[in-house]
Design a protein around this ligand. Structure first.
Ligand SMILES: C[S@@+](CC[C@H](N)C(=O)[O-])C[C@H]1O[C@@H](n2cnc3c(N)ncnc32)[C@H](O)[C@@H]1O
Length: 246
């Protein structure tokens, strides 16, 4: 079981993602738990103002520190010891290796920024780590938090149904081989014959070779990080020879 505590100004953004398919199943089976907290509940004053103008001027509003200090402290104290993770484009980039690391933790506290970001004092004094989902900027940390939750949840044993499999997924080492389903012919385009042959060894070899072909074409950097060995080397030679002929 892994518990996610999510601090956000927009808890509703999570509603439909949490009540459908993978994440719904994971919660129902008690494999993950997601608790949502509205940061505005800790914002004082009649309007529960959670943002303010930046000191020194400039565009955009900044998330006020006091509601975040109070919210993070309260939530952190309500469960087992856990790091406070701020979603931020400046953070460590999420990949499958990091998702696996995170999936080993019992609890994640995810803080979603909005507007121009959070007051720096929150980052300095309360945040233990920053996590980015990629080199682009979104308007808030809610979609990134959902990305983290789903990437982590599907690694917990029992979360994926029989229809899916985490083992054959594309990362971290090789891109996944192409997948086909019925019909055998679609607008004249046929499924590769070997997949219909029932010959398990030939199918295994076909899939491995196509997985290597895709990796070579789209993500050759993965071969530097995870060098090919044995059968993979032989298949890569075949692929290169075929390309030479083509
Ligand atoms: C408009 S962004 C603020 C960006 C900030 N001014 C900066 O340049 O670092 C608002 C919030 O969206 C979230 N966010 C935006 N892009 C993200 C990304 N790639 N990964 C994770 N969180 C992101 C963060 O929580 C951030 O505080």
């Amino acid at each position: 079981m892994i518990r996610f505590d999510v601090l956000t100004l927009f808890p509703e953004i999570f509603a439909s993602a949490l009540k459908e398919t993978t994440l719904k199943r994971a919660q129902a089976a008690g494999l993950i738990e997601v608790r949502l907290y509205d940061i505005r509940d800790w914002a004082e004053g009649r309007h529960h103002q959670a943002d303010d103008m930046p000191y020194g001027g400039g565009d955009g509003m900044v998330m006020k520190p006091e509601p975040l200090f109070a919210a993070i402290r309260t939530v952190r104290a309500q469960g087992p010891e856990a790091k406070v993770t701020l979603l931020s484009p400046q953070g460590r980039r999420l990949d499958q290796t990091l998702a696996r690391e995170l999936s080993q933790r019992p609890r994640l506290i995810l803080v979603c920024g909005r507007y121009a970001g959070v007051d720096e004092r929150v980052r300095e004094h309360l945040v233990d780590e920053e996590l980015s989902i990629g080199d682009y900027v979104l308007s808030g940390g809610e979609l990134p938090a959902l990305v983290v939750i789903e990437a982590v949840a599907r690694l917990k044993p029992g979360v994926l149904g029989n229809q899916e499999s985490a083992a054959a997924d594309s990362f971290p080492q090789r891109l996944e081989a192409p997948q086909y389903t019925r019909p055998e012919k679609c607008e004249g385009h046929a499924v590769p014959e070997v997949l219909l042959s029932g010959h398990h060894e030939a199918i295994r070899r076909f899939r491995l070779k196509e997985s290597l072909r895709r990796t070579l074409l789209s993500r050759p950097d993965l071969f530097e990080r995870y060098p090919p060995e044995g059968e993979e080397l032989a298949l890569l030679e075949e692929i290169k020879a075929e390309r030479g002929q083509g």
